[in-house]
Design a protein around this ligand. Structure first.
Ligand SMILES: [Zn+2]
Length: 138
C-alpha cells in the first residue's frame, strides 16, 4: 500500500468513528503557541504539546521537521523551526501526528503507547487493545 492510500484509509477509519466517541472524547489535540521571529518560527509550548500527547518530544520533533520540510532545534521547552510558518500550518501537522501516533485507530481514545509485537514496532491502545503498525517517519 502506498503512503497516500494508507493515509486515505486512516482518514476513513477516523470518519467512521461514531460521533459520540469523537465529540465526547475528553482528549483535545493541543495547539501550538507559536510566533515568527525573522525567518524562524518559535513554538513556545512544544514540550507541553509532547506531554499532552504522551510522546517523546524527539519523536514529535522529527515528525514536524520532516512534515514541515524545515530544520528544527530544541531550545529549552521551546522549538525553533528554520522557516516562517503560520500557526495553522503547525497545528494541522500536530493534528495529523496525533491521529497517526496517539489516537487509537479503533476506539478513538488517546490511551495508546509505542510497543513491540513479534519484533514489529506498533502503537497499542490500552483502552480497547487495538493496535496498528508504528509508521516510520520518512
Ligand atoms: Zn482503542
Amino acid at each position: 500500500m502506498n503512503p497516500y492510500e494508507y493515509k486515505k484509509l486512516l482518514d476513513r477509519a477516523w470518519e467512521k468513528l461514531p460521533d459520540k466517541l469523537k465529540s465526547h472524547s475528553r482528549f483535545e489535540i493541543p495547539k501550538a503557541d507559536s510566533f515568527v521571529e525573522g525567518n524562524q518560527t518559535i513554538i513556545r509550548n512544544f514540550n507541553e504539546i509532547a506531554n499532552i500527547l504522551g510522546r517523546d518530544p524527539k519523536h514529535l520533533l522529527t515528525y514536524l521537521s520532516k512534515e514541515l520540510a524545515a530544520f528544527a532545534t530544541v531550545d529549552g521547552r521551546r522549538v525553533i523551526i528554520n522557516r516562517v510558518l503560520r500557526r495553522e500550518m503547525i497545528n494541522r501537522r500536530i493534528e495529523a501526528y496525533a491521529k497517526e501516533y496517539v489516537i487509537c485507530h479503533e476506539c478513538g481514545r488517546p490511551d495508546t503507547k509505542f510497543t513491540e509485537l513479534a519484533g514489529e514496532k506498533i502503537v497499542k491502545c490500552e483502552a480497547c487493545g487495538g493496535w496498528w503498525p508504528l509508521r516510520k517517519i520518512k
